[in-house]
Ligand binder design. Structure first.
Ligand code: SAM
Length: 297
């Protein structure tokens, strides 16, 4: 049986045994594969980088989406950039939002995911509150007049078409579209094998937003397993949400979660010492913690 492995990162590599290749093709933007694997079920791979899988997609999508959605007092307008598999859109629509706009550059990823990974999006693409735009998220945000409460960057790694999603002018456009209380969240790599990339992402976001918070989750699909997300805002601190308020909103949503709970929301912002030092961030409940740094502009 053959194995799929991403290229080595700093000497680290993970493998998954592959039962079958269900799709292998090239779009205008990337090499798209859907593999049927033993540990993760069906898995989406873009340009040899694992994106998501049927078995553990909830880890990434719940933490990407529910943390900022619960941090905002009343998210009504949400923008997802990338996210062609539909897993993030599905989690957004579990909240009572008015509209969720998804801007994905590659229509082929949406088409292939809907055909071969239908469980990941569920019926999100058919929800009347969902708007799917096939286009470049960087350009969309630069040109739009719309206001958003939450922006979720669910993109591939910062190379190729995704590179500008990790640039300062993108974050400035996001800040304009978000206003004072909105939040933007992006996945920010593995603190164990991509610490420099994470530090760069945090430094960049601090140039544009006064409030930047990194939080963690274990995601076995991604290199390094321990994975980070970073949220930024002018006013809204996602690490300071009361667990009781989250519990009430989860009950009202009525959609089960596999990983995310009110206690996990809070705990995800607890950073190990090496990471707190590297990012100059403090964990919210650490009794020895100094006040969280709020960087000026
Ligand atoms: N959860 C995944 C991860 O972190 O590995 C991301 C999955 S999602 C399939 C990533 C999507 O971002 C891809 O479908 C890709 O086409 C899209 N993407 C990359 N650059 C983009 C851009 N500039 N605008 C919109 N979508 C983009």
């Amino acid at each position: 049986m053959r194995a799929f492995a991403e290229p080595f990162r700093r000497g680290w590599r993970q493998e998954a045994l592959v039962r079958d290749t269900l799709y292998d093709g090239h779009s205008d933007f990337q090499h798209i594969q859907v593999l049927d694997t033993i540990p993760f079920g069906r898995m989406l791979v873009l340009d040899d980088a694992t994106q998501t899988s049927e078995v553990e997609e909830y880890l990434y999508h719940e933490m990407l989406v529910h943390v900022p959605m619960m941090a905002h007092p009343d998210p009504q307008r949400v923008l997802v950039i990338g996210g062609g598999d539909g897993g993030a859109l599905r989690r957004v629509l579990e909240h009572p939002v008015r509209k969720a706009t998804m801007v994905e550059i590659d229509g082929e990823v949406v088409r292939v995911s809907r055909a071969l990974l239908p469980a990941i999006a569920g019926d999100a693409f058919d929800d009347p509150r969902a708007e799917l735009i096939i286009g470049d998220g960087v350009r969309y945000l630069r040109e739009t007049d719309e206001h958003f409460d939450v922006i979720l960057v669910d993109s591939t790694d910062p190379v190729g078409p995704a590179a500008d999603l990790f640039g300062e002018s993108f974050y400035r456009d996001a800040r304009r579209a978000l206003g004072e209380d909105g939040l933007i969240v992006t996945q920010s790599g593995s603190p164990l094998v991509m610490l420099d990339e994470l530090k760069d992402a945090v430094a960049l976001m601090r140039r544009v937003f006064p409030l930047v918070r990194t939080y963690l989750c274990a995601i076995p699909l991604y290199p390094g397993v321990l994975w980070s997300f970073t949220a930024a805002s002018v006013n809204c601190d996602p690490s300071a949400v009361a667990p009781a308020a989250i519990a009430a909103r989860l009950r009202a949503n009525g959609a089960p979660t596999g990983w995310y709970t009110p206690a996990i929301h809070r705990a995800a912002f607890a950073l190990p010492n090496f990471l707190a030092a590297a990012l100059e961030m403090q964990s919210p409940d650490d009794p020895a913690a100094l006040p969280l740094p709020i960087s000026g502009e």
